[in-house]
Design a protein around this ligand. Structure first.
Ligand code: MRU
Length: 379
Protein backbone atom coordinates (compact mmCIF):
# COMPACT_ATOMS: atom_id res chain seq x y z
CA UNK A 1 0.00 0.00 0.00
CA UNK A 2 1.04 3.60 -0.42
CA UNK A 3 2.52 5.63 2.43
CA UNK A 4 2.94 9.25 1.40
CA UNK A 5 3.02 8.09 -2.22
CA UNK A 6 5.59 5.28 -1.77
CA UNK A 7 4.63 1.60 -1.98
CA UNK A 8 5.44 -0.43 1.13
CA UNK A 9 4.94 -3.90 2.43
CA UNK A 10 5.13 -4.61 6.15
CA UNK A 11 8.22 -6.85 5.91
CA UNK A 12 11.00 -7.36 3.36
CA UNK A 13 14.56 -8.64 3.06
CA UNK A 14 17.35 -6.17 3.85
CA UNK A 15 19.71 -5.09 1.07
CA UNK A 16 22.73 -6.63 2.85
CA UNK A 17 21.31 -10.15 2.37
CA UNK A 18 21.49 -10.90 6.10
CA UNK A 19 18.81 -8.73 7.71
CA UNK A 20 15.08 -8.11 7.58
CA UNK A 21 13.25 -4.77 7.47
CA UNK A 22 9.86 -4.20 9.08
CA UNK A 23 7.49 -1.31 9.59
CA UNK A 24 7.66 -0.58 13.33
CA UNK A 25 3.96 -0.36 14.18
CA UNK A 26 4.56 0.87 17.73
CA UNK A 27 5.24 4.37 16.46
CA UNK A 28 2.17 4.73 14.27
CA UNK A 29 0.26 6.90 13.62
CA UNK A 30 2.66 9.56 14.90
CA UNK A 31 5.75 8.37 13.08
CA UNK A 32 6.40 6.00 10.19
CA UNK A 33 9.61 4.17 11.04
CA UNK A 34 11.42 1.14 9.67
CA UNK A 35 13.24 -1.24 12.04
CA UNK A 36 15.99 -3.70 11.09
CA UNK A 37 16.00 -7.25 12.47
CA UNK A 38 19.36 -9.05 12.45
CA UNK A 39 18.83 -12.10 14.69
CA UNK A 40 16.19 -14.69 15.58
CA UNK A 41 15.94 -12.97 18.94
CA UNK A 42 15.18 -9.65 17.19
CA UNK A 43 12.36 -11.35 15.28
CA UNK A 44 10.99 -12.95 18.48
CA UNK A 45 11.04 -9.58 20.22
CA UNK A 46 9.40 -7.78 17.29
CA UNK A 47 6.53 -10.30 17.40
CA UNK A 48 6.17 -10.61 21.19
CA UNK A 49 6.40 -6.87 21.88
CA UNK A 50 4.15 -6.04 18.92
CA UNK A 51 6.52 -4.02 16.78
CA UNK A 52 4.63 -6.10 14.21
CA UNK A 53 1.23 -7.62 14.81
CA UNK A 54 -1.76 -9.07 13.03
CA UNK A 55 -1.94 -12.69 11.92
CA UNK A 56 -0.53 -12.49 8.38
CA UNK A 57 2.20 -10.01 9.28
CA UNK A 58 3.26 -12.11 12.26
CA UNK A 59 3.46 -15.14 9.95
CA UNK A 60 5.51 -13.31 7.33
CA UNK A 61 7.90 -11.89 9.94
CA UNK A 62 8.24 -15.33 11.54
CA UNK A 63 9.10 -16.75 8.09
CA UNK A 64 11.76 -14.07 7.67
CA UNK A 65 12.93 -14.77 11.25
CA UNK A 66 13.55 -18.36 10.16
CA UNK A 67 15.88 -17.02 7.46
CA UNK A 68 17.80 -15.13 10.17
CA UNK A 69 17.86 -18.36 12.20
CA UNK A 70 19.33 -20.24 9.23
CA UNK A 71 22.07 -17.63 8.86
CA UNK A 72 22.88 -17.94 12.56
CA UNK A 73 23.22 -21.72 12.21
CA UNK A 74 25.47 -21.21 9.19
CA UNK A 75 27.62 -18.72 11.09
CA UNK A 76 27.87 -21.18 14.02
CA UNK A 77 29.57 -23.47 11.51
CA UNK A 78 27.25 -26.41 12.10
CA UNK A 79 26.00 -28.65 9.32
CA UNK A 80 23.78 -31.67 8.71
CA UNK A 81 22.02 -32.96 11.82
CA UNK A 82 23.68 -30.37 14.07
CA UNK A 83 22.31 -27.60 11.83
CA UNK A 84 18.85 -29.15 11.93
CA UNK A 85 18.93 -29.42 15.73
CA UNK A 86 20.02 -25.81 16.27
CA UNK A 87 17.61 -24.57 13.60
CA UNK A 88 14.70 -26.38 15.27
CA UNK A 89 15.53 -24.86 18.66
CA UNK A 90 15.41 -21.39 17.13
CA UNK A 91 12.18 -22.28 15.32
CA UNK A 92 10.55 -23.27 18.62
CA UNK A 93 11.48 -19.91 20.15
CA UNK A 94 9.86 -18.08 17.24
CA UNK A 95 6.82 -20.33 17.41
CA UNK A 96 6.32 -19.43 21.09
CA UNK A 97 6.53 -15.66 20.58
CA UNK A 98 2.71 -15.27 20.60
CA UNK A 99 0.10 -17.99 21.11
CA UNK A 100 -3.14 -17.12 19.31
CA UNK A 101 -2.39 -16.26 15.67
CA UNK A 102 -1.94 -19.60 13.92
CA UNK A 103 -0.08 -18.01 11.00
CA UNK A 104 2.97 -17.90 13.25
CA UNK A 105 3.25 -21.67 13.70
CA UNK A 106 2.14 -22.21 10.09
CA UNK A 107 4.97 -20.08 8.70
CA UNK A 108 7.65 -21.45 11.05
CA UNK A 109 6.68 -25.07 10.27
CA UNK A 110 6.60 -24.34 6.56
CA UNK A 111 10.18 -23.03 6.48
CA UNK A 112 11.32 -25.80 8.84
CA UNK A 113 9.82 -28.49 6.61
CA UNK A 114 11.45 -27.15 3.44
CA UNK A 115 14.89 -26.57 4.99
CA UNK A 116 14.95 -30.06 6.55
CA UNK A 117 14.59 -31.62 3.09
CA UNK A 118 18.13 -30.72 1.99
CA UNK A 119 21.59 -31.41 3.45
CA UNK A 120 23.85 -28.69 2.11
CA UNK A 121 24.12 -25.70 4.48
CA UNK A 122 24.16 -23.07 1.74
CA UNK A 123 21.13 -24.66 0.16
CA UNK A 124 19.34 -24.64 3.52
CA UNK A 125 19.94 -20.91 3.94
CA UNK A 126 18.83 -20.18 0.37
CA UNK A 127 15.67 -22.24 0.84
CA UNK A 128 14.88 -20.47 4.12
CA UNK A 129 15.19 -17.11 2.35
CA UNK A 130 13.14 -18.16 -0.70
CA UNK A 131 10.38 -19.69 1.43
CA UNK A 132 10.15 -16.57 3.61
CA UNK A 133 9.78 -14.39 0.51
CA UNK A 134 7.21 -16.81 -0.90
CA UNK A 135 5.16 -16.66 2.32
CA UNK A 136 5.10 -12.85 2.12
CA UNK A 137 4.27 -12.82 -1.60
CA UNK A 138 1.49 -15.36 -1.15
CA UNK A 139 0.06 -13.44 1.77
CA UNK A 140 -0.15 -10.28 -0.35
CA UNK A 141 -1.72 -12.13 -3.26
CA UNK A 142 -4.24 -13.96 -1.08
CA UNK A 143 -5.29 -10.69 0.52
CA UNK A 144 -5.67 -9.11 -2.92
CA UNK A 145 -8.00 -11.96 -3.86
CA UNK A 146 -9.94 -11.56 -0.59
CA UNK A 147 -10.51 -8.00 -1.79
CA UNK A 148 -11.89 -9.21 -5.11
CA UNK A 149 -14.14 -11.78 -3.44
CA UNK A 150 -15.48 -9.41 -0.82
CA UNK A 151 -16.06 -6.62 -3.31
CA UNK A 152 -19.14 -8.33 -4.74
CA UNK A 153 -20.76 -8.45 -1.28
CA UNK A 154 -20.24 -4.72 -0.78
CA UNK A 155 -21.43 -4.03 -4.32
CA UNK A 156 -24.68 -5.95 -3.82
CA UNK A 157 -25.40 -3.90 -0.67
CA UNK A 158 -24.53 -0.69 -2.51
CA UNK A 159 -26.80 -1.61 -5.44
CA UNK A 160 -29.80 -1.51 -3.07
CA UNK A 161 -28.97 2.02 -1.89
CA UNK A 162 -29.61 5.32 -3.54
CA UNK A 163 -26.81 6.86 -5.57
CA UNK A 164 -23.88 8.23 -3.53
CA UNK A 165 -25.27 6.73 -0.31
CA UNK A 166 -22.30 4.96 1.29
CA UNK A 167 -22.19 1.36 2.46
CA UNK A 168 -21.48 1.58 6.19
CA UNK A 169 -19.03 -1.08 7.33
CA UNK A 170 -17.96 -1.64 10.92
CA UNK A 171 -14.57 -3.17 11.64
CA UNK A 172 -12.71 -4.09 14.80
CA UNK A 173 -8.99 -3.94 15.59
CA UNK A 174 -6.63 -3.68 12.64
CA UNK A 175 -7.02 -6.34 9.99
CA UNK A 176 -5.62 -3.93 7.46
CA UNK A 177 -2.50 -4.11 5.32
CA UNK A 178 -0.38 -3.49 8.41
CA UNK A 179 -1.70 -6.77 9.83
CA UNK A 180 -0.59 -8.64 6.68
CA UNK A 181 2.05 -8.16 4.04
CA UNK A 182 -0.20 -5.95 1.94
CA UNK A 183 -3.92 -5.11 1.31
CA UNK A 184 -5.19 -6.57 4.61
CA UNK A 185 -7.99 -9.07 5.12
CA UNK A 186 -10.99 -7.12 6.48
CA UNK A 187 -9.85 -3.98 4.69
CA UNK A 188 -9.12 -5.61 1.32
CA UNK A 189 -12.79 -5.61 0.17
CA UNK A 190 -13.13 -2.05 1.50
CA UNK A 191 -10.11 -0.81 -0.46
CA UNK A 192 -11.34 -2.69 -3.53
CA UNK A 193 -14.80 -1.13 -3.26
CA UNK A 194 -13.40 2.35 -2.69
CA UNK A 195 -11.05 1.95 -5.68
CA UNK A 196 -13.99 0.74 -7.80
CA UNK A 197 -15.87 3.95 -7.02
CA UNK A 198 -18.40 2.39 -4.64
CA UNK A 199 -19.08 4.85 -1.80
CA UNK A 200 -18.08 3.28 1.51
CA UNK A 201 -17.78 4.60 5.04
CA UNK A 202 -16.04 2.65 7.81
CA UNK A 203 -16.89 2.70 11.50
CA UNK A 204 -13.53 2.01 13.16
CA UNK A 205 -13.67 0.49 16.66
CA UNK A 206 -10.88 2.04 18.70
CA UNK A 207 -10.03 -1.45 20.07
CA UNK A 208 -8.78 -1.12 23.61
CA UNK A 209 -6.41 -1.82 25.19
CA UNK A 210 -3.81 -1.05 22.50
CA UNK A 211 -6.13 0.92 20.23
CA UNK A 212 -5.15 -0.78 16.97
CA UNK A 213 -8.33 0.60 15.40
CA UNK A 214 -7.86 4.23 16.42
CA UNK A 215 -4.13 4.21 15.73
CA UNK A 216 -3.60 1.82 12.82
CA UNK A 217 -6.85 1.21 10.93
CA UNK A 218 -7.76 4.89 11.02
CA UNK A 219 -4.27 5.83 9.80
CA UNK A 220 -4.38 3.27 6.98
CA UNK A 221 -7.82 4.27 5.79
CA UNK A 222 -6.79 7.93 5.94
CA UNK A 223 -3.70 7.23 3.84
CA UNK A 224 -5.91 5.57 1.22
CA UNK A 225 -8.57 8.28 1.36
CA UNK A 226 -11.37 5.99 2.60
CA UNK A 227 -14.04 7.90 4.59
CA UNK A 228 -14.13 6.62 8.16
CA UNK A 229 -15.11 7.51 11.72
CA UNK A 230 -13.45 6.22 14.89
CA UNK A 231 -15.82 5.15 17.66
CA UNK A 232 -15.20 3.78 21.15
CA UNK A 233 -15.54 0.05 21.48
CA UNK A 234 -19.02 0.06 23.00
CA UNK A 235 -20.77 2.01 20.25
CA UNK A 236 -21.30 -0.80 17.73
CA UNK A 237 -24.53 -2.09 19.27
CA UNK A 238 -26.09 1.36 19.23
CA UNK A 239 -25.06 1.95 15.61
CA UNK A 240 -26.53 -1.37 14.53
CA UNK A 241 -29.79 -0.77 16.41
CA UNK A 242 -30.23 2.47 14.49
CA UNK A 243 -29.55 1.09 11.02
CA UNK A 244 -26.18 2.80 10.77
CA UNK A 245 -24.20 -0.35 9.93
CA UNK A 246 -24.81 -2.33 6.72
CA UNK A 247 -22.26 -5.01 7.42
CA UNK A 248 -19.45 -5.93 9.78
CA UNK A 249 -16.13 -7.22 8.44
CA UNK A 250 -13.44 -8.35 10.85
CA UNK A 251 -10.23 -10.27 10.49
CA UNK A 252 -9.25 -13.35 12.48
CA UNK A 253 -6.15 -14.70 14.15
CA UNK A 254 -7.22 -18.34 14.04
CA UNK A 255 -10.34 -19.97 12.63
CA UNK A 256 -11.34 -23.58 13.29
CA UNK A 257 -12.23 -25.79 10.33
CA UNK A 258 -15.78 -25.65 11.69
CA UNK A 259 -15.90 -21.84 11.39
CA UNK A 260 -15.30 -20.60 14.95
CA UNK A 261 -13.35 -17.35 14.79
CA UNK A 262 -10.71 -16.16 17.27
CA UNK A 263 -10.11 -12.45 16.90
CA UNK A 264 -9.23 -9.38 18.95
CA UNK A 265 -11.08 -9.11 22.24
CA UNK A 266 -14.51 -7.55 21.73
CA UNK A 267 -15.23 -9.18 18.38
CA UNK A 268 -17.70 -11.63 19.95
CA UNK A 269 -19.79 -8.79 21.39
CA UNK A 270 -19.99 -7.18 17.93
CA UNK A 271 -21.13 -10.47 16.46
CA UNK A 272 -23.87 -10.78 19.11
CA UNK A 273 -25.07 -7.25 18.39
CA UNK A 274 -24.97 -7.95 14.64
CA UNK A 275 -27.07 -11.11 15.07
CA UNK A 276 -29.65 -9.28 17.18
CA UNK A 277 -29.97 -6.56 14.54
CA UNK A 278 -29.82 -8.70 11.37
CA UNK A 279 -26.58 -7.08 10.29
CA UNK A 280 -24.40 -9.45 8.22
CA UNK A 281 -21.19 -10.33 10.06
CA UNK A 282 -18.35 -11.36 7.73
CA UNK A 283 -14.86 -12.53 8.61
CA UNK A 284 -12.06 -12.17 6.05
CA UNK A 285 -9.06 -14.50 6.14
CA UNK A 286 -6.38 -16.08 4.02
CA UNK A 287 -6.30 -19.88 4.26
CA UNK A 288 -3.12 -19.63 6.38
CA UNK A 289 -5.38 -18.52 9.26
CA UNK A 290 -7.44 -21.73 9.33
CA UNK A 291 -6.37 -24.17 11.99
CA UNK A 292 -7.14 -27.54 10.41
CA UNK A 293 -6.55 -29.26 13.75
CA UNK A 294 -9.10 -27.28 15.75
CA UNK A 295 -12.73 -28.40 15.77
CA UNK A 296 -14.07 -26.40 18.73
CA UNK A 297 -12.61 -22.90 18.75
CA UNK A 298 -13.94 -21.97 22.18
CA UNK A 299 -12.28 -24.80 24.07
CA UNK A 300 -9.26 -25.43 21.84
CA UNK A 301 -7.86 -22.06 20.76
CA UNK A 302 -5.35 -20.63 23.27
CA UNK A 303 -6.24 -17.07 24.25
CA UNK A 304 -3.27 -14.83 24.88
CA UNK A 305 -3.30 -12.92 28.16
CA UNK A 306 -1.00 -9.95 27.94
CA UNK A 307 0.63 -7.63 30.44
CA UNK A 308 -1.86 -5.67 32.56
CA UNK A 309 0.07 -2.50 31.83
CA UNK A 310 -1.70 -2.38 28.45
CA UNK A 311 -5.01 -1.95 30.31
CA UNK A 312 -3.70 0.34 33.02
CA UNK A 313 -1.97 2.81 30.72
CA UNK A 314 -2.88 4.53 27.47
CA UNK A 315 -0.17 5.87 25.21
CA UNK A 316 -0.59 9.07 23.22
CA UNK A 317 0.85 12.46 22.36
CA UNK A 318 -0.32 16.00 23.03
CA UNK A 319 -1.92 17.52 19.91
CA UNK A 320 0.80 18.54 17.49
CA UNK A 321 3.59 16.74 19.38
CA UNK A 322 5.92 14.24 17.72
CA UNK A 323 6.24 10.57 18.64
CA UNK A 324 9.27 11.44 20.76
CA UNK A 325 6.85 13.09 23.17
CA UNK A 326 4.60 10.01 23.49
CA UNK A 327 3.44 9.55 27.07
CA UNK A 328 1.79 6.71 28.95
CA UNK A 329 -1.10 7.83 31.14
CA UNK A 330 -2.57 5.78 33.97
CA UNK A 331 -6.35 5.36 33.52
CA UNK A 332 -7.10 2.83 36.29
CA UNK A 333 -7.72 3.45 39.97
CA UNK A 334 -4.53 3.03 41.96
CA UNK A 335 -4.30 -0.45 43.49
CA UNK A 336 -7.08 -2.05 41.40
CA UNK A 337 -6.04 -5.29 39.70
CA UNK A 338 -6.43 -5.52 35.93
CA UNK A 339 -6.78 -8.43 33.48
CA UNK A 340 -5.82 -8.36 29.83
CA UNK A 341 -7.46 -11.04 27.70
CA UNK A 342 -6.30 -10.23 24.18
CA UNK A 343 -8.70 -12.35 22.07
CA UNK A 344 -12.11 -13.96 22.14
CA UNK A 345 -13.84 -16.60 20.05
CA UNK A 346 -16.96 -15.89 18.02
CA UNK A 347 -18.90 -19.10 17.46
CA UNK A 348 -19.58 -20.06 13.83
CA UNK A 349 -23.34 -19.67 14.27
CA UNK A 350 -22.88 -15.87 14.52
CA UNK A 351 -20.78 -15.59 11.36
CA UNK A 352 -22.61 -14.86 8.08
CA UNK A 353 -19.71 -15.84 5.86
CA UNK A 354 -15.96 -16.26 5.53
CA UNK A 355 -14.25 -14.28 2.77
CA UNK A 356 -11.15 -16.20 1.64
CA UNK A 357 -8.76 -16.07 -1.31
CA UNK A 358 -10.73 -18.89 -2.95
CA UNK A 359 -14.16 -17.35 -2.50
CA UNK A 360 -16.84 -16.77 0.11
CA UNK A 361 -18.18 -19.70 2.14
CA UNK A 362 -20.44 -20.30 5.10
CA UNK A 363 -18.83 -20.71 8.49
CA UNK A 364 -19.28 -24.47 8.77
CA UNK A 365 -17.15 -27.52 8.13
CA UNK A 366 -18.73 -28.69 4.88
CA UNK A 367 -18.77 -25.27 3.27
CA UNK A 368 -15.15 -24.58 4.29
CA UNK A 369 -13.99 -27.97 3.02
CA UNK A 370 -15.80 -27.41 -0.26
CA UNK A 371 -13.45 -24.47 -0.84
CA UNK A 372 -10.40 -26.35 0.49
CA UNK A 373 -11.05 -29.97 -0.56
CA UNK A 374 -7.37 -30.91 -0.19
CA UNK A 375 -7.86 -30.62 3.60
CA UNK A 376 -10.69 -33.18 3.55
CA UNK A 377 -8.48 -36.21 4.16
CA UNK A 378 -7.08 -34.68 7.33
CA UNK A 379 -10.47 -34.14 9.00
O1 MRU B 1 -2.92 -8.42 19.09
P1 MRU B 1 -2.92 -8.10 17.63
O2 MRU B 1 -2.93 -6.66 17.28
O3 MRU B 1 -1.88 -8.89 16.87
O4 MRU B 1 -4.34 -8.65 17.22
C1 MRU B 1 -4.56 -9.35 16.13
C2 MRU B 1 -5.30 -8.56 15.19
O5 MRU B 1 -4.72 -7.77 14.48
C3 MRU B 1 -6.74 -8.67 15.12
O6 MRU B 1 -7.30 -9.59 15.94
C4 MRU B 1 -7.18 -8.70 13.69
O7 MRU B 1 -8.51 -8.34 13.65
C5 MRU B 1 -6.99 -10.02 13.04
S1 MRU B 1 -5.39 -10.35 12.56
C6 MRU B 1 -5.47 -10.02 10.91
Amino acid sequence: MLVNGTHYRTVWMGDDGASVEIIDQRKLPWAFEIATLRTTQDACQAIADMWVRGAGCIGAVAGHGMFLAAIECQNADVSGEAFDKMFKEKAMKLRAARPTAVNLAWAVDRVLGVVNLVQDTKEKVNLARDTAVLIADEDAEWCRKIGENGLSIIKSISDKKSENEPVNILTHCNAGWLAFTDHGSATAPIYAAHDAGIPVHVWVDETRPRNQGARLTAWELGQHGVPHTVVVDNVGGHLMQHGMVDMVITGTDRTSYTGDVANKIGTYLKALAAKDNDVPFYVALPSSTFDWNVRDGISEIPIEQRDGGEVRFIGGVEPGDSVAAERELNVVAEGSPVANFAFDVTPARLVTGLITERGVCEANESSILELFPEKLAKN
